[in-house]
Design a protein. Structure first.
Length: 103
């Protein structure tokens, strides 16, 4: 029984870090916004003209092009800024982009 409690605790601890930004975004000036786009849930972390995005919801076998397109929409909704063309990169879990808030 003790092993089961340990596994639950460790699982909770590991999953709690899934939405934490990288060190560059661990700053008091980082704004974080949750956004849902077409069933995908994202946590958008913005610092200056850069964003780091984490897909936090579960999806079975998400395709990278679909997630990147949804991530771009989430970034633009969360920040009110446009994603700089060619700057969006990442995979099914984490995406990064430069944003332009001047246009």
């Amino acid at each position: 029984m003790r092993t089961a409690y340990t596994l639950v605790f460790l699982g909770t601890f590991v999953l709690s870090g899934c939405d934490s930004p990288s060190p560059q975004f661990m700053h008091r000036d980082t704004a974080t916004t949750k956004v849902e786009v077409e069933g995908s849930v994202f946590s958008v972390h913005q610092r200056e003209n850069w964003v780091e995005v984490y897909r936090t919801g579960f999806e079975a076998l998400p395709r990278v092009p679909v997630i990147l397109a949804r991530s771009q929409v989430a970034i633009e909704q969360a920040t009110g800024c446009k994603v700089v063309e060619g700057s969006l990169s990442g995979d099914q879990a984490i995406q990064r982009a430069e944003i332009d808030c001047d246009s």
